[in-house]
Ligand binder design. Structure first.
Ligand code: IDP
Ligand code: MG
Length: 146
């Protein structure tokens, strides 16, 4: 087991439905700790840059548009196997699948459609580092002192 950091975003559908607390609570109850956090309304350039890996996908424009429909909560989560743990807690990309596979997952509980699915989570340790650097300066990440 190794301590890792991963990037989580609570997307505009979930912030709009007032589910921030329940989502964070899910992370904390499952061994993930928030070590950096900011609430922001993404600008087009920020959203496009963040999802650049998906720029050839047919849903890219809609995804970027959706991510700007309201505030997002961007967090760095830390814990043992944080990348995989967060993906497990999130559930499948399509909430309909998540509801069948993992009814207690965040997407099963708080999302209904594949395009508005409550949370983002880094999919590998390598991408976690890139995504954390995209949104946070090193000094914005709080080391645990007690
Ligand atoms: P992930 O968020 O589970 O890692 P990705 O395949 O990386 O899923 O897709 C990024 C985001 O793009 C998804 O979370 C979802 O918001 C959106 N998305 C993915 N596939 C579709 C689709 O088929 N239609 C519409 N939106 C999609
Ligand atoms: Mg992804």
């Amino acid at each position: 087991m190794t301590k890792e950091r991963t990037l989580s975003i609570i997307k505009p559908d979930a912030t709009g439905k007032n589910h921030i607390g329940e989502i964070i609570s899910t992370f904390e109850k499952n061994g993930l700790r928030i070590v950096a956090c900011k609430m922001t309304h993404l600008k087009q350039q920020e959203a496009e840059g963040f999802y650049a890996v998906h720029k050839e996908r047919p849903f890219f424009k809609d995804l970027v548009g959706f991510m700007m429909t309201g505030p997002v909560l961007i967090m760095v989560l830390e814990g043992e196997n944080a990348v995989a743990k967060n993906r497990e807690l999130m559930g499948a990309t399509d909430p309909k699948k998540a509801k069948v596979e993992s009814p207690q997952s965040i997407r099963a509980r708080f999302a209904d459609t594949i395009d508005e699915n409550a949370v983002h989570g880094s999919d590998s340790l390598e991408n976690a580092k890139i995504e954390i650097n995209y949104f946070f300066k090193p000094e914005e990440i709080c080391e645990r002192t007690r």
